[in-house]
Ligand binder design. Structure first.
Ligand SMILES: [Zn+2]
Ligand SMILES: [Zn+2]
Length: 112
C-alpha cells in the first residue's frame, strides 16, 4: 500500500513573549521523535533544510530559525531542573528575555 507522507506541523515547545519555539525531529520525521537539543522558531524549517521563505536567513544564507540549544549563550549556566524539558523551557525563556533568541531566530550564538 503506498504511503503518503504529508507535512505535519511540528509540536510547539514554547510560546512565550511572542516567540514560538517548535521541536525538530530526527530525520525530519515526526515518527522518529523530537530531538533533545534542536529547535526551530519557523515551523517550516528543518535541520539542513530552510523553507527559504523565513526572515531568518542572513548574509551567509545560514538559517537562523533552526538552532541547537547548547549553542546559545549561557547554556552552561542554566538553571537545572529535574525535568529536562522544563529545564530547556526555562533556558529558552532566559534566551528570549536577554534577546539572544527572537521570533526570527538566533541573534547570537557561540560556535559549536
Ligand atoms: Zn529557515
Ligand atoms: Zn522558515
Amino acid at each position: 500500500m503506498p504511503f503518503l507522507s504529508e507535512w505535519v506541523e511540528p509540536a510547539l515547545f514554547l510560546d512565550w513573549r511572542g516567540v514560538r519555539v517548535y521541536h525538530c525531529y530526527r530525520d525530519n520525521s515526526v515518527n522518529q521523535g523530537p530531538l533533545v537539543y534542536c529547535f526551530t522558531v519557523c515551523p517550516f524549517c528543518e535541520p539542513g533544510h530552510c523553507c527559504g521563505d523565513c526572515p531568518a536567513l542572513d548574509d551567509s544564507r545560514r538559517c537562523r530559525a533552526v538552532f541547537d540549544l547548547r549553542g546559545l549563550p549561557g547554556y552552561a549556566e542554566r538553571q537545572r531542573h529535574a525535568d529536562l524539558d522544563d529545564e530547556h523551557r526555562e533556558f529558552l525563556k532566559t534566551a528570549i528575555a536577554v534577546g539572544s533568541l527572537t521570533a526570527e531566530g538566533v541573534v547570537s550564538s557561540y560556535p559549536a
